[in-house]
Ligand binder design. Structure first.
Ligand code: ARG
Ligand code: ZN
Length: 877
């Protein structure tokens, strides 16, 4: 089905929550699957203690028959409007049977039952979260209705040899006319958003796993035949995740089989359907020739994330969609812990904080800002945001930090025990964590209910006579339209004090010795903390490990930040000091200052030659905040100028380090032969790329020649794409041949081709638009595939500020037009891409007016989906 216009949707409010009048204890589903037309029979055992009409959700369903307790239902007893099936006179324990028809191949929204790939070779699959199940059958489509599922699939055996649904297998067999069937029973009651099926021609790899509790589990990963060899890395990641959850949280898997399926047609990253995870191929397939190091990490992280949902999401689910962060924030946090354990904790923290600043802080600062637990929504799919996921994870991290490792584990054990098989709330979560530790955590609810990034101000005063250092912390969250008065939230500030030689000082707070690092909690608008026995004025290191998701305002002298950047024993805190210093260096470039720019570049020159410094950490230290982050610190944003100045500051860094030193380092790092996938190999490639990028700013011909040679000799995607990126973004003459070669080499691999589109969408400045328009005409481009649309249009609009924000507004108009087209195919993707307009109000006046015009033209188009119209209306407000 394609999207229907649903412009006047009413807001749904958390405050209006009421428990369901009717529940469903058992669901028996039968599917007669076909590509153009599939029939779905549902037998629902209905339960209610109140005398209310039964109302079931259903969209785009052709109702074929309806019966109660086996008897066709009298037409006077039911009514079927656009989105609702209403049945009167139902009794507790009655079984309602409906039979409907849906059209998978016509479903371009990729929600409900749809076709992935071609009619001839593709397969059928489902995506139900958040509200896709209502596109499959009539049902109370809300997460607090938990039922046991028995699912029978029937289909032509030659066309659909593999039939999968969630739960344990419960028989299979032949049918007349070349058809066959398979049945699955899920013993764990679940909400319908966790339902899934897959049917088609798929290959598999398998592994036997035995849980800590002794259950034998068959792990199976499925993909289309040509990709099955790229599933082994994901299988390893799955096994590691399962073991880790047993060890870190005492959580074991609870079915006999665990299926994972890869598809190239998926709106999101992946989906944790019970016993049948479905993945965007981008987060499942991996092989060195087509997958970069960062993408490998992404596969490991998303496999873990979806697996961890089996407890944080499936065994304990959400009462309503306002509680989404209960499962998403918690599961992102659990994945962050896992990835830190598997790789380097400081690199993982750097990556996560950088993502938070790049994606969540801008969201929280603009018209799309919403609390981690929103108060209302029109289209829930618009709330799978960086705020709900990443800020939500930061809130869990604060709670975990407050309770300590053992206390948090105790609290999580309590949470799982008290809420297993339930649809829970954030209050249940905070309540369990607190109760298990005898601590009231409810003050943290303030974080969940309030949007905006708090500003944390720090002022230090040193009293030499008293050998005393007083740190005064205060907080302020700027008002927003829906929340004019923001409240103070508890802010844990992990801190250390450094002496002038860069050593950490012993801390004595309130008469107690507390080592060299401690946490103070700012639980009011302002508080002071006094440290005794401090021999001279210290340099404070605040918010260590990024102990709270806030913006720190601290009047550091550049030399103090440089001291922390060069001396802090902790990699993350070094990086953090470097980021703050780099932001100040950027200001110097703008204003003609020199102090911070000098301090930053000479500190990094020193680190560049420091023996023993981890290569990956050095690469990150050498990377200043991105253009999006830098724009956040400015008024009247001119993205072209920000791009230019950021180049200027990096060129300055390159000069200070020196072209020769860069080239020498590049050659030292060069390693021919197949890529080593261990940490050392990844670190080497990360630094090599960064060094090449810096070299391109100070010795462009040398750098392009090196990049060209690297492109030709690269045996893995990380090095090949890094070289291609330097050539393409640098406008090198060699770029044309390299792009043609890449295309030839990877024409058959959609994920590699996405990178081919994306790298060109990143060309800085005015030329980007023309390139994007040309690429839209490429036969390999299609708006129908979400990954492809994101690779070209998403990268251009959200990942290339100087290209998208042309002063003539042509970037805005292009995006607005494509959104209108895309909206009629896939509203979820259109709405997601539209968030690129966030922040337009803070542009300089010329661009601001261009953006406003493009947006209001888009808003004025008739028939926009609920998804897109909500985003456009919010962004415009
Ligand atoms: N629950 C999935 C996850 O693991 C995301 C699914 C979101 N789907 C959607 N249509 N909004 O994060
Ligand atoms: Zn998730």
């Amino acid at each position: 089905m394609s999207a229907r216009p649903e412009t006047s949707a009413a807001a749904i409010r958390l405050a209006d929550y009421t428990p369901p009048a009717w529940r469903v204890s058992d669901v028996v589903l039968e599917f007669d699957l076909g590509i153009d037309s599939s029939e779905v029979t549902a037998h629902l055992t209905l339960r209610s203690e109140v005398d209310a009409p039964l109302r079931l959700d259903g969209e785009g369903l052709e109702l074929l028959s309806i019966a109660v307790d086996g008897t066709p239902l009298d037409p006077g007893r039911w009514r079927h409007t656009d989105h609702v099936l209403e049945v009167s006179g139902m009794r507790d324990g009655s079984v309602l049977t409906t039979r409907v028809r849906v059209q998978p191949a016509a479903n371009t929204a990729l929600e409900g039952l749809y076709l992935s790939g071609s009619r001839e070779a593709g397969f059928l699959l489902t995506q139900c979260e958040a509200e896709g199940f209502r596109h499959i059958t009539f049902f109370p489509d809300r997460p607090d209705v938990l039922a046991r599922y028995t699912v029978t699939l029937r289909a032509d055996k030659a066309r659909f040899p593999v039939l999968l649904a969630g739960g344990n297998p419960d028989g299979a067999g032949e049918l007349p006319d070349g058809r066959h069937w398979a049945r699955f029973v899920d013993p764990h009651p679940k909400p319908c958003y966790l339902f899934a099926l897959v049917a088609g021609r798929l290959e598999k790899i398998e592994r036997d796993y035995v849980t800590a509790e002794g259950r034998a589990v068959k792990l199976v990963i499925w993909s289309e035949a040509n990709a099955i060899d790229s599933c082994h890395y994901a299988m390893d990641a799955l096994e590691h995740s399962m073991r880790w959850d047993e060890q870190a949280y005492g959580r074991s898997y609870d079915l006999d089989v665990f299926h994972v399926v890869a598809t190239h047609d998926f709106n999101m990253g992946a989906m944790e359907n019970k016993g049948l995870n479905i993945f965007n191929a981008k987060y499942l397939l991996a092989d060195p020739d087509t997958t970069t190091d960062d993408e490998y990490k992404g596969v490991e992280a998303v496999v873990a994330h979806e697996y961890f949902h089996n407890w944080s999401g499936n065994r304990v689910t959400c009462r309503d969609w306002f509680q989404l962060s209960l499962k998403e924030g918690l599961t992102v946090f659990r994945e962050q812990q896992f990835s830190a354990d598997m790789n380097s904790p400081s690199l993982k923290r750097i990556e996560d904080v950088a993502l938070l600043r790049r994606a969540q802080f801008p969201e929280d600062a603009g018209p799309l800002a919403h609390p981690v637990r929103p108060a209302e929504y029109r289209e829930i799919n618009n709330f799978y945001t960086a705020t709900v996921y990443e800020k939500g994870a930061e809130l869990v991290r604060m709670l975990a930090g407050r309770l300590g490792t053992e206390g948090f584990r105790r609290g999580m054990d309590r949470y799982f025990a008290d809420n297993d098989g339930r649809a829970a709330t954030l209050e249940d979560f905070l309540g369990a964590l607190g109760a298990a530790n005898g601590i009231d955590l409810m003050p943290y609810l303030a974080w969940y209910g309030q949007s905006g990034t708090p500003r944390l101000r720090a002022r230090g005063r040193y009293d030499e006579g008293a050998q005393r250092y007083t740190l005064t912390l205060s907080q302020h969250t700027p008002p927003s339209a829906s929340q004019p008065d923001k409240h103070a939230v508890p802010i844990p500030v992990k801190l250390a004090l450094f002496d002038r030689d860069g050593n950490m000082l012993p801390l004595h707070l309130d008469g107690e010795a507390c080592g060299t690092e401690t946490v103070v909690v700012l639980d009011a608008s302002e508080r002071s903390f006094t440290f005794e026995r401090i021999p001279h004025a210290p340099v404070p290191s605040l918010l260590r490990g990024f102990s709270a998701p806030v913006l720190l305002e601290c009047g550091y002298a550049p030399a103090e930040l440089a001291l922390l950047l060069t001396h802090d024993p902790d990699g993350f805190n070094r990086w953090e000091a470097g980021q703050q210093l780099a932001a100040r260096a950027f200001d110097d470039c703008r204003t003609g200052g020199a102090e911070a720019l000098d301090a930053w570049s000479s500190a990094l020159r020193q680190l560049f030659v420091e023996p023993g410094l981890d290569a990956a950490l050095l690469a990150d230290l050498l990377t200043p905040p991105g253009e999006i982050e830098l724009a956040e610190r400015q008024e009247a944003v001119d993205p072209a100028q920000i791009h230019e100045l950021r180049q200027v500051m990096q060129r300055r860094l390159g000069r200070v380090i020196g072209a020769e030193a860069l080239e020498r380092r590049y050659r030292e790092l060069y390693a021919p032969g197949p890529p080593a996938l261990d940490a050392a190999g990844k670190a080497r490639r990360r630094l090599q790329r960064r060094v090449l990028e810096l070299l391109a700013l100070v010795a462009v011909d040398t750098a392009h020649a090196l990049a060209d040679a690297q492109y030709r000799s690269a045996s893995g995607m990380t090095d090949r794409l890094a070289a291609l990126g330097v050539l393409v973004r640098g406008g090198a003459a060699e770029a044309t041949d390299a792009l043609a070669d890449f295309r030839r080499r990877h024409a058959d691999n959609p994920l590699a081709m996405d990178k081919w589109f994306a790298v060109q969408a990143q060309i800085p400045g005015e030329p980007a638009l023309g390139r994007v328009q040309a690429l839209e005409q490429d036969p390999a481009f299609t708006l129908k595939n979400p990954n492809r649309a994101r690779a070209l249009l998403g990268t251009f609009a959200s990942g290339n500020p100087s290209g998208f924000h042309r002063a003539d507004g042509a970037g805005y108009r292009l995006l607005a037009e494509r959104l209108a087209t895309l909206d009629s195919l896939n509203p979820q993707i259109a709405a997601r891409l539209a968030t690129a307009f966030n922040g337009w109000q803070r542009l300089e006046p010329v661009r601001r007016e261009m953006a406003r015009q493009a947006l209001s033209d888009l808003a004025g188009r008739p028939g926009l989906s609920r998804n897109l119209s909500e985003i456009v209306a919010s962004v415009l407000s």
